[in-house]
Design a protein around this ligand. Sequence first.
Ligand code: PEP
Length: 244
Amino acid sequence: MRGTLTVGNWKMNGGLADNATRFAALARGFRAVPGRALAVCVPFPYLAQARDALAGSAVGYGAQDVSRHASGAFTGEVSAAMLAEFGVRYAIVGHSERRQYHGERDDEVGAKARGALAAGITPIVCVGETLAERDAGSTGAVVGRQLGAVIEVLGVSVDRIVLAYEPVWAIGTGRTASPEQAQEVHARLRSQLAAAGAKDVPVLYGGSVKAANAAALYAMPDVDGGLVGGASLDANELLAIAGS
Ligand code: PEP
């Protein structure tokens, strides 16, 4: 029994006043039960607010990206060591929006995951295929390549990541993978992880998860929780998903 982990990804949303309301609702509403964890990944400027507002609660927090560089002349970048100073537990790496809009490559995703681990931060590594890739029957090859690149960089340390399967066609579209479609890909990813000595890595599903569909997804044997975008902006919705 691996338990479930639900992670909210606020993306580029929020503001001090709205955040305060959301953090308070999460801190108040989430009951720590063994095997059930909840965290939110917020924009960089709000990490200190998350640290203060969630202190003493069972809700963790994280960042949505991290630089692959340790320090230096990389304007606009934020290093893993800087995130660690703010008590960050998770950093999303390789989100499809970073891959699509910022040209993030597989090897960079691996380097970001390595940097996060070195700073004591758990990388949430995202993999997923586009609709065209699914239609071409190459889902397995695409996610296998994306995860393989991270395994190549991390070696045995891959057992310290969280993996998120996020079909690009299901992100922010309202179109969710069916529980069976998710399970099929998760099982494939699980065997790839097992071959790398990391069978117990949590594998989250992401793509239009909401309270109405979370229970069916979480019931799948290889789905260990969810990475939740849009629905995570509603604290009650996120709490309901985490309780699935
Ligand atoms: C995401 O941003 O990781 C995501 C899964 O978004 P949504 O839940 O809105 O599809």
